[in-house]
Design a protein around this ligand. Structure first.
Ligand code: 5GP
Length: 205
């Protein structure tokens, strides 16, 4: 059985680092590489961080219902292709999605047992400091990102887990704990406990 893990965070919360560390630490996890119409940044490579496609192609794929969810973020389209979930389910692997709040809402409707995690910087000051340290963005861009972060944070109530990212090592450990705990949910271990119950002469209904 596949666990679908949705991870969302305002930019500057340290989400990419945490997701990368989680993916590297657990070979059972697959990452859903989204489709987007935004341009690749810096060292990004098509097919690694995203599949970069034109708006017309994105809209054609929406029309063909290829996306599990899609949304417009900062004026560009972003979407999760169905094939990632189909493949994870066929192989019995778990799937991680790095998507925004709009996408999380859509996916929770489609896959109610998806597990969602919201990552938060410890304070506005720390978020601002992180945004300034990592980018050469002008002041107004940073102010806009802070306003957007405030909008997103408002939606934390949609999520099953909220992780305040104080310290990378601690946050990675917590993320791993969530994944491990979800793997022993009763629904996921039914097949595993069947022979144990059988050894006691019991059957599962
Ligand atoms: P960025 O352009 O900085 O990589 O991502 C911008 C935002 O888009 C992030 O919040 C990211 O989580 C979100 N995002 C990335 N892929 C998807 C997707 O497939 N669907 C949705 N709804 N949001 C996405």
């Amino acid at each position: 059985m596949t666990t679908v893990l949705i991870i969302s965070a305002p930019s500057g919360s340290g989400k990419s680092t945490l997701v990368n560390r989680l993916m590297r630490s657990d070979p059972q996890l697959d990452f859903s590489i989204s489709y987007t119409t935004r341009e690749p940044r810096g060292a990004e490579v098509n097919g690694q961080q995203y599949h970069y496609i034109a708006r017309e192609e994105f809209e054609a794929r929406i029309a063909k219902d290829e996306f599990l969810e899609w949304a417009q973020v900062f004026g560009n389209y972003y979407g999760t292709h169905r094939s990632y979930l189909d493949r994870a389910r066929a192989l019995g692997r778990d799937l991680v999605l790095d998507i925004d709040v709009q996408g999380a809402r859509q996916l929770k409707e489609r896959i109610p047992d998806a597990v969602s995690i919201f990552i938060l910087a410890p304070s506005r000051e720390i978020l601002e400091r992180r945004l300034r340290a990592r980018s050469e963005d002008r002041d107004e861009v940073i102010q806009r990102r802070l306003t957007e972060a405030a909008q997103e944070i408002r939606n934390f109530d949609l999520y099953d887990y909220v992780l305040v990212n104080q310290d990378v090592e601690e946050s990675v450990m917590r993320l791993k704990s969530i994944v491990e705990a979800e793997r022993i949910r009763r629904e996921r271990v039914r097949e595993q406990i069947r022979p144990i119950l059988a050894s006691f002469g019991m059957e599962q209904e």
